[in-house]
Ligand binder design. Sequence first.
Ligand code: GLU
Length: 562
Amino acid sequence: MDYQRLAELLFPNVTKTTADIEAEYPARVLPEGAKVTRFAPSPTGFVHFGGLFPTTVAERLAHQSGGVLYLRIEDTDARREVKGAAEGLIKTLARYNINFDEGAVLGENGEVCDKGAYGPYKQSLRGPIYHVFAKQLVSEGKAYPCFTAAEELEELLAVNKKEEIKNTDWQAEAESRRAEMLKAREITLEDVEKNLAAGNPFVLRILADGDADRKIKFTDLVKGNMEIPENDEDFVLLKSDGIPTYHFAHAVDDHLMGTTHVIRGEEWLPSLAKHLQLFRYLGFKTPKYMHIAQIMRLDENGNKKKLSKRDMGANMDDYTGMGYCPEAVCEYVMTLLNSNYEEWRMQNSDKPYTDFPFNIKKMSVSGCLFDFDKLNDVSKNVISRMDAKKVTDAVIEWALEYDTPFGILLQENRAMAEQIFAIGRGGKKPRKDLATWRDAKPYMGFFFDEYFEVECDYPEKFPKEDICAVFDGFLDSFDENDDMNVWFDKIKAVATANGYTTDMKAYKADPSAFKGNVADVSMFLRLAVTGKINSPDMYSVMQILGKDKVTERIEAMRAKIN
Ligand code: GLU
């Protein structure tokens, strides 16, 4: 067969050579060891938690090594494309600190455009480039066309659909496909000419040289050493509309764009033999691969399940509404990615997570478990390390959008809100009340009459006369200028005067010798002033509320229980 002639027949309009294209994509000039990674989503919807995960790995590896992270939009399947998805995912990822150095970026008017010298970064704009490499493969006898008459194609599609549903005899099916494939390899130049003249469409197939009984040794940077069967399937490189399959576009693009590390979901592992074959056929250096296991969750029965698109927590755009701050989500992703991250965090509480030396070897080989309890825990720690101003700004911004009356109230009382969020913050053991901005209102809404509400009654064992006597004693001596020690000494004095001991040891030894202890007295006051059994430090609460409001609430409680 005259392959050169075949290539000319199939691609008469391709005049460039692969050398021409290579010259347009010179090797990147980067420091020693710098990694070039990418995120290569199909613009079919939102960013999934399972997508943020490998992308964070890509981001860390690139930026930690002085390399490049770029975004490539894999939009070769126009039917699945969702309008605005590419824009949406760029914005979402930016919220989670994934900023691309290069690739598809947002232009001034919010449209997707290219930045960088290795584009176009949208596969739909790269058609002519794929065709140059396809032509080269044909001219070397490594790929061949497979024609189907247009009517036949229609028929075939209909039959295939039915077969997909009915066919259970996979063995026979595989054998007949193989026979068909081998027959298709026999195509002659004459057949090609005839088909082209008749206007019949063709797909371009690779001429696979593999043997499924032989194994290729391969090292995945996450999964380790593995052996995979060689590829013996003449898979499609170009579809009948000339658009490349993922396999072909992956090899051409990752080569030309200089990707050093391909980080992608493990669902691509079964296709790896195809990709290795293709890189070899094209004469490209194979990149390093990292196949990341899918994120799991526990279902109601405690069984591990894949975190699916519909599961709570899957859509990264939902986190904002739920009130999670991006820093917390990033921190959580880091705890999942590297087993030693939390230990590092304990020793480096004030450093940004980007200072952590991310290590591929510390990644989990099997799937990580997504779990809201852990996320909340991590988030509480992250928020506890923020200063009051930052928390106040974030809560107001969030509330203005998701709980507007509360947002406006905080905005109008900003100084007070900041004082409130400063309670218990900044020390060695900061309070950890907030996992999300949504938690702010239940935590501190009581400062404002609009949200103040007494949540429960006093336990029956305490006579209301005692409670009122404590109120009287407290209000008689309360001076908002007292420091915390004096303030508490006064509470202790009120307790003692009313038969509530301040000696916790004595109380524990014989509770019946007392009406109660000083903690009960504090509780009487706390429930009156905050409406809650648990609240932030009461001295600070009273300082912020001021004498008039404290008195008003205590008097109101007296009226309520009488
Ligand atoms: N477009 C592919 C996907 O969305 C990309 C896989 C890859 O990263 O190579 O699954």
